[in-house]
Design a protein around this ligand. Structure first.
Ligand code: NAI
Length: 331
């Protein structure tokens, strides 16, 4: 039998946490034959709720779940973890300035970076979910210099999956037959969902989405805004943010990173920019990536038209501004 993998979930008593921990403990993240030990971190005001989640995990009698660490102590939470899913953060409340939210989260991610750096297992893979996800990940990376930059990522897979879903609905095909959309840039409404390289598997072979969509205008307008604003639409409908789909996407992200992407398929991940596609190095920017042997690499050589270039630059600009704001908060 395999040794258990230690998976940290921060903000585990929150909405996404509640949806995510059972998915991990049922093997949806690391596979049906991989035992796990769950490390769950939250803060003092949530300690009772956190304990409630622990009780429910025990009550679920899960065969793959070999242990539970539920704590408010960051050091205890990070000890020996192989995978860290950072969901905990300070939410934007009514009347708060962007700078206030950034400031709270930058200091949380700076502190948790040191704890991970000192106490996580070697080669720990980190996924930041909490918003502003790209910039929280950047702060975490910069304040944990001994964690390789390849190991720090942020979640844009939810946006990627939303794009696949919209195309499948529009074309009346199953979502599993749609692939290779791209989310470029920031996990914010300035992201650019790009379908120029996306394809659909049909009985006549693989066809570009652009060829199958008679209404090209939809792809350049409504499709983009629907994906960009889907989070807000869910909040409006549920009066709560998208927790189930975020948790599901976090599983997909780690699953593909660790176990690999299928041949001919890429996914979107927020990763440390190396300057690919002319994007400023040293930002956490969402790119198309393939994964093999536990490592991602950015898909190279895709043709970028002027329409795309402009949108990729706009989301880059927002990330540069966020980075500056985060640093100004930490001074
Ligand atoms: P939530 O408010 O229900 O849960 C957040 C949890 O984090 C709470 O239990 C809170 O006590 C905890 N927390 C706060 N500060 C902490 C700290 N310093 N250490 C550990 N835990 C801490 O929020 P929800 O709905 O679960 O969302 C979590 C985050 O994920 C939010 O920032 C949200 O904006 C973001 N999000 C990101 C998505 C993405 O695609 N990247 C999609 C959906 C949400």
């Amino acid at each position: 039998a395999k040794d258990p993998v230690r998976v940290l979930v921060t903000g585990a008593a929150g909405q996404i946490g509640y949806a995510l921990v059972p998915m991990i403990a049922r093997g949806l993240m690391l596979g049906p034959d991989q035992p796990v030990i769950l490390h769950m971190l939250d803060i003092e005001p949530a300690v009772e709720a956190l304990n409630g989640v622990k009780m429910e995990l025990i009550d679920s009698a899960l065969p793959l779940l070999k242990g539970i660490v539920a704590t408010t102590d960051v050091v205890e939470a990070c000890k020996g973890v192989n995978i860290a899913i950072m969901v905990g953060g300070f939410p934007r409340k009514e009347g708060m300035e962007r700078k206030d939210v950034m400031s709270k989260n930058a200091s949380i991610y700076k502190e948790q970076a040191s704890a991970l750096e000192q106490h996580a297992a070697e080669n720990c893979k980190v996924l930041v979910v909490a918003n502003p996800a790209n910039t929280n990940a950047l702060i975490l990376k910069e304040f944990a210099p001994s964690i390789p930059e390849k190991n720090v990522t942020c979640l844009t897979r939810l946006d990627h999956n939303r794009a696949l879903g919209q195309i499948a609905e529009r074309l009346g095909v199953h979502v599993s037959n749609v692939k290779n959309v791209i989310i470029w840039g920031n996990h914010s409404s300035a992201q650019y969902p790009d379908v120029n390289h996306a394809t659909v598997t049909t009985s006549a072979g693989e066809k570009p989405v652009r060829e199958l969509t008679a209404d090209d205008n939809w792809l350049s307008t409504e499709f983009i805004t629907t994906v960009q604003q889907r989070g807000a639409a869910i909040i409006k409908a549920r009066k709560l943010s998208s927790a189930l789909s975020a948790a599901s996407a976090a599983c997909d992200h780690i699953h593909d990173w660790v176990l690999g992407t299928p041949k001919g398929t890429w996914v979107s991940m927020g990763v440390y920019s190396d300057g690919s596609y002319g994007i400023q190095p040293g930002l956490i920017y969402s790119f198309p990536v393939t994964c093999q042997n536990g490592e991602w690499s950015i898909v190279q050589g895709l043709k970028i038209d002027d329409f795309s270039r402009e949108k990729m630059k706009a989301t880059e600009k927002e990330l540069i501004e966020e980075k500056e704001l985060a640093y100004s908060c930490l001074k």
